[in-house]
Design a protein around this ligand. Sequence first.
Ligand code: PEP
Ligand code: MG
Length: 487
Amino acid sequence: MIGSGLPASPGAASGEIVFTSESAVAAEKEGRKVILVRTETSPEDIHGMHAAQGILTTRGGMTSHAAVVARGMGLPCVCGVGSLRVDMRNRELIAPGVKLKEGDIISIDGSSGHVLKGYQPMLQPELSGDFERIMAWADRIRRMRVRTNAETPADARAARAFGAEGIGLCRTEHMFFEGDRIAAMREMIIAETVDKRRAALNKLLPMQKDDFVELFEIMHGLPVTIRLLDPPLHEFLPKSEEEIDEVAATLGMEPIHFRERIEALHEFNPMLGHRGCRLHISHPEIVEMQARAIFEAAVEAARKTGEPVEPEIMVPVVGLKSELDYVKARIDEVARSVIAESGLKIAYLVGTMIELPRAALRAHVIAEVAEFFSYGTNDLTQTTFGMSRDDASSFLPTYMQKGIIERDPFVNLDFDGVGELIQIAAERGRRTRPGLKLGICGEHGGDPVSINYCEQWGLDYVSCSPFRVPIAKLAAAQATIRNGKKR
Ligand code: PEP
Ligand code: MG
């Protein structure tokens, strides 16, 4: 073993080390199996991730780009292996006492977080009749529903095949990680004027609408929760000089002008910055475009399938009721227009994520507007502990080693602290709106320990990445048995 990190996405893989996505793509064309090794991944790496057998990053936590995207793809991934260092200049992976070159073989185990030298024998899991049988038992027993976090039609299909009961989180910004789409997204982010932003949004609208139609069709008869854009800027803007020049060329901008825009948008704490509903309040044209895409897609999918579609629209990073009031008013306005234009009645819900302590504490007030709550426990953990979800892997292993904390709270929900906020929000929200639907869509929604807590708190559903749906169903059934209540 040459290192150990976070078990970010289950499954194991062996392959040659490659340090860039281009090398991964080239290797795949030659039929070679590779592990993409990066300090951290960004949207540019999506092709490399598709081409690799597995992903290894030396930084980043359970909710980093690499972790979330790999889980969605069903690709093994180990993140935040702090004891390893990537030396890009010499193309080496440096472990204590070992130096590995590009082309050397490593293996990763995404279930344990282990990184090993050389090939390891693998066993392909097979789905026997036992799997179906256990899933059938779990389905019969569990009280909580299990939805999926999915944004692409491929994810949604995989999740449905695993028996997901709807989409609990469609991160719309992830719909633009692929291919050339990221260019339009970046154009929207860096736009200096409303007109320029609208022009970029007009490019995004048809892509978004088409994807929504497909998602509604795949999930027909099941609920689909679509979250408004929530792009932390550092995930979408290029960082290195080379990348900046490259992206400027794609956008047809002078590199110097592009650099100025990036500087103007620079944030010290992007995770606590201009993201979530804040973006929609500064630039309402964004929520207007998204609401239009959702409602027009609902109309189209309803016409195609002959069944009504009831989208659930979710507003991220809400801390104040007034934020939700403002965004909901824009959504309602667009709904009225699309209903008038199409002549079709569309039922929809507008809800919020509970991912800030303030939202949890003010849940009784927020529930006057929100028609459902979904706990965004990645951010709720980050903001409750005041620990950056992107940087915590640099000190959490030491915390665990020294017994300061028993478990990584980004992996297993912190029952006492974050859990108390979840409970407070559930009680206060339901006091205002009895029967308020409560779900969880942070990465904890696929973690058995956390799922057991969700049962105790009386949540209605958990939502997790497609490949974790079976384990979530099983954990939900076990939680029902442990806690003694049935559906
Ligand atoms: C969360 O914060 O838990 C969440 C689901 O949203 P994201 O991870 O996209 O911030
Ligand atoms: Mg969040």
